[in-house]
Write a protein that binds this ligand. Structure first.
Ligand SMILES: [Fe+2]
Length: 145
């Protein structure tokens, strides 16, 4: 099923595939959490129940940032990954966005679906499929799979 956001952008349920994999089991399973959040938003959007899951997803983003980014930081440090600083800067942007969404939600009692969805979809495309892929070989070369 394909839905449309208010800005007319098309979106669909995202199925995990090997294209998303960074070839490290622990990190892949954490990345699946983000895809689950996008799908949860999508399903709620289709059912016109977006508001009910927004708080859940925003809280989920904050947990995700805390737990998952810590995992990546740990391995980047452990294996002296050269792109460490640059990578962490992107994580900072995610964390700030999650906190900003939480603030907006608490103040207004709601948030636009597109505000969260567009951010998470861009994150998936640019960070998970772009930035995260860059450490994949480095981690594998150090024996982490
Ligand atoms: Fe990352």
């Amino acid at each position: 099923m394909v839905g449309f956001l208010k800005n007319g952008e098309k979106m669909a349920y995202i199925e995990w595939s090997d294209d998303f994999s960074v070839n490290v089991k622990e990190i892949d399973s954490q990345h699946r959490v983000l895809i689950d959040m996008i799908n949860m938003l999508y399903e709620a959007f289709i059912a016109e129940k977006g508001k009910d899951v927004h708080k859940k997803v925003i809280d989920g983003m904050i947990d995700y940032a805390r737990i998952h980014f810590e995992t990546e930081r740990k391995y980047m440090k452990q294996f002296n990954f050269p792109g460490y600083e640059e990578h962490n800067k992107e994580h900072e942007i995610f964390t700030q966005k999650a906190m900003e969404l939480q603030k907006q939600f608490n103040a207004a009692g709601f948030i636009l679906s597109s505000n969260i969805l567009n951010f998470l979809k861009d994150w998936l495309k640019n960070h998970i499929l772009g930035t995260d892929k860059k450490y994949s070989n480095h981690f594998n070369d150090n024996g982490l799979y």
